[in-house]
Design a protein around this ligand. Structure first.
Ligand SMILES: [Zn+2]
Length: 280
């Protein structure tokens, strides 16, 4: 064997060893559990472009919600091949509803009306902080969801999260952003206390450190609780659509650092379990 043969063989071995985890993460299907297709009055991308964005990112399923709900209707009605749409009722018509929905009886009517479409699996994303969650209308919405086996996609702080569960301990809550910066040890306690709580990871700080390396504390949390997390893009503003490829690439980079089974759960298998279908 010549010196160059040896070099090439060595390079081939290095390649063979290094490709699988990266390629594995590239191939993983992704379920985007926090997707807005807002239209006020027009969407950032038309529907065909949105579907193309999902396709090129390996996104095979989405929790769809939008302000107003028209965008969600369009995604459901598109029946796009290879895209599983799990529609949630957004309790907002316009942006300013974010601040007032929890005291606005017309929002409860909106939720009831939308529900009549028959295909919804959840209510949210809604925003609620601290003792605002004690509003009677919030309890009504939580009870409405529990009675119909709907999920809640809640963007809330920890005090509001605890109040939501106090309203109805049977609530199935997907915690948008997993508290943004709640210490991982506290996230672990909350997951252990509330078995129906799931953490959605868009904008969640601390998962990676400089250079994109998975942090030790999140690696530890995923090792024990990989069945409790979901990925999301949170396309709440145009920039998030513009950056969609990067958002998914960043997820894939840290997923590739996890054992395959943990990565698979977080990428899509937890969504399959929650919403009762397989991604294609
Ligand atoms: Zn959002």
């Amino acid at each position: 064997m010549s010196k160059w043969d040896a070099v090439w063989r060595c390079a081939a071995v290095v390649l063979a060893l290094s490709v699988p985890s990266g390629a594995r993460a590239q191939q993983l299907k992704i379920f985007d559990a926090h997707l807005h297709y807002n239209q006020e009055p027009n969407p950032f991308y038309p529907l065909d472009k949105v579907l193309e964005v999902f396709k090129r990112n390996g996104v095979a399923g989405i929790v769809a919600n939008s302000r107003p709900n028209k965008g969600t209707h369009q995604l459901v009605e598109a029946k796009a091949p290879g895209l599983w749409v799990v529609p949630f009722i957004r309790p907002y018509r316009v942006r300013s509803d974010i601040q007032t929905w929890f005291n606005d009886p017309t929002i409860y009517e909106l939720i009831q009306d939308e529900y009549k479409r028959g295909y919804y699996r959840g209510v949210g994303e809604f925003h609620i902080y601290g003792r605002d969650a004690e509003a009677p209308l919030v309890k009504k919405v939580v009870d409405f969801a529990v009675e119909r086996d709907l999920f809640l996609l809640a963007h809330c702080d920890e005090p509001a999260l605890l109040i939501l569960f106090k309203h109805n301990p049977k609530a199935k809550i997907i915690w948008a952003h997993t508290g943004f910066s709640t210490p991982p040890e506290r996230v672990r306690e909350l997951l252990d206390t509330y078995p129906a709580l799931m953490g959605e990871l868009s904008y969640r700080s601390g998962i990676t450190e400089g250079g994109g390396t998975l942090s030790a504390e999140w690696r530890k949390l995923f090792a024990s609780h990989s069945n409790r997390f979901l990925l999301g893009s949170d396309t709440w503003i145009h920039e998030r659509w513009f950056g969609y490829d990067t958002i998914m690439k960043n997820y894939r980079e840290w997923l590739a650092q996890l054992p395959a089974e943990q990565a698979r759960r977080i990428a899509y298998a937890n969504a399959e379990r929650l919403f009762g279908r397989k991604v294609e």
